[in-house]
Design a protein around this ligand. Structure first.
Ligand SMILES: [Cu+2]
Length: 485
């Protein structure tokens, strides 16, 4: 066993070694490094029994104030999790780290690690989780195949920025997809903030954590340096459970690594049973035109608050099991504001727009799920000003704003109301040849194999909102210092 402070090269070799001999821990900075395994390896490893028994015991424990109970960890998520805001990835890294510690305590197996589910290898929930007699089972999932949730775009070599709010930031991208859609497509409790009630939650989040690490290798890309103020302070999980933010910078600092640190490069094989309809709606490489324009009441631009203006809105948008484009006409002065923002977004040396408005976002306000929508099983990709015809999937990076489904709404409700905001300054800068007399927000429906029909969601208002806030999503990445190790 290696001990003391070791170089990154030694560590990488150590990881490869550990990959071959998975029970052999290595050391980084004096810390034992244990390897988290993909479920298919994990289920055949000696750790499986410890994991299964620990989960069975926790789910049987009804004392919700005790960390030995299942409910306790769900409550941690309900009370403290950040979604659609900064530190989504880092907070969850600490969360599943503490959960893994708890599994060790309960099982008495100090070598136990959290397994991950690599849905880019197999998009079907492992059978141990779908067997009704298993302690890993939960009822009322909508789907067990998450193929339609998958997205390769966060791993495009050009994705360099990390922090939410910067253009094309990895944290925003991976939360939008595959993270949110996996919650939505599985549905049931996975589609709301109680999602850790479903044991598959922890394998999903271990995989998201692994994908973050895989993306960041080998140099940390545009992540703020470990010494940056971004990492100062603590994350809270309970009144007596916190972690220093900077500890979540690198998995090795928390004593683990993953058996496979490669980025996904292809979608997994489709499940044989998936109907043709689902293929067309999947996110990978299919042709799809801009959805038809729906008929909605529109309202002209108006002042929202000091230094914030709606440039136009559409109201009372009912979303059913089809895709739709919401058209928002712009009056002349508001159209000029948009054109100024587009020019400024294309050229950061251009003078600030005369209107004083520097940034834009699409706001979906007063959003509610219907009874049919509450169980999940579907979501929508949200795009700004898609060309009328063309391949939506290849346009994804240019026009994509994010996702909306039961899970995003549960998160929004949880953080103060049914309002979802999609930063749009950078996307405006991607618009070409558009006459900009109107704004088109397209909601492209994606279903699991099993999805609700009829109306699932009601949006009280969709608007393009501008403000005089500095458009962080136009600024350059932070200078890098330190190392990712
Ligand atoms: Cu999650």
């Amino acid at each position: 066993m290696i001990s003391g402070k070791i170089s990154r090269r030694t560590f990488v070799k150590g990881s490869a070694f550990a990959l071959a001999f998975v029970s052999m821990p290595t050391l980084v900075l004096g810390q034992t490094i244990r390897i988290r395994l993909e479920w298919q390896e994990f289920r055949n490893s000696p750790q499986y029994g410890s994991f299964y028994n620990a989960i069975r015991s926790m789910r049987a424990n009804t004392k919700s104030t005790s960390p030995a109970s299942w409910r306790y960890w769900t409550n941690v998520h309900v009370n403290y999790c950040p979604h659609n805001i900064a530190y989504f990835l880092a907070w969850h890294r600490g969360y599943i780290y503490y959960f893994e510690q708890q599994l060790r305590t309960i099982s008495g197996n100090s070598a136990l690690t959290l397994p991950y589910w690599d849905y880019y290898r197999s998009s079907t929930i492992p059978s141990e989780f779908t067997d009704p007699t298993s302690a890993l089972y939960i009822a009322n999932r909508q789907n067990t195949n998450v193929y339609n949730a998958l997205d390769l775009s966060p791993f495009d070599p050009s994705v360099y920025n990390f922090e939410r709010g910067r253009p094309d930031a990895f944290e925003t991208r991976i939360e939008s997809a595959p993270h949110n859609p996996v919650h939505n497509i599985i549905g049931g409790v996975m589609a709301d903030m109680q999602s850790p009630l479903d044991p598959i939650f922890f394998l999903h989040h271990a995989n998201i954590d692994r994908l973050w690490h895989a993306w960041a290798l080998p140099d940390g890309k545009g992540m703020p340096a470990s010494t940056a103020s971004y990492w100062s302070g603590n994350f809270r999980y309970a009144s007596n459970l916190t972690i220093q933010r900077n500890k979540t910078y690198y998995p090795g600092w928390l004593g683990y690594d993953y058996a496979d640190n490669s980025k996904p490069t292809a979608l997994p094989p489709q499940a044989e049973s998936a109907p043709r309809l689902i293929r067309v709606q999947a996110q990978g490489g299919q042709m799809l035109n801009r959805p038809p324009v729906g008929q909605f009441a529109t309202v002209p631009g108006r002042v929202i608050a000091a230094n914030r203006r709606s440039l136009g809105a559409a109201q009372n948008i009912g979303l059913a099991d089809n895709s739709v484009t919401v058209q928002i006409p712009l009056q002349a002065a508001d159209a000029q504001t948009v054109r100024d923002l587009v020019s400024a977004a294309k050229d950061s040396s251009a003078p600030a727009p005369a209107s004083g408005f520097q940034s834009a976002k699409v706001v979906l306000d007063g959003v509610q799920l219907t009874g049919a929508g509450q169980g999940g099983g579907f979501f929508y990709n949200v795009y700004l000003n898609l060309p009328e015809s063309g391949d939506v999937s290849s346009s994804r990076r240019q026009y994509f704003l994010g996702t909306i489904g039961a899970f995003e709404l549960a998160g929004a409700a949880h953080h103060g109301g049914g309002t979802l905001e999609y930063p749009a300054t950078a996307v405006l800068g991607n618009l070409e040849g558009s006459d900009l007399r109107e704004i088109n927000v397209s909601l492209v429906r994606v279903n699991g194999n099993n999805a609700p029909r009829g109306q699932v969601m009601l949006i009280k208002e969709a608007r393009l909102e501008v403000s005089n806030e500095e458009p962080w999503d136009r600024s350059t990445p932070p200078p890098k210092s330190g190392c990712y190790c």
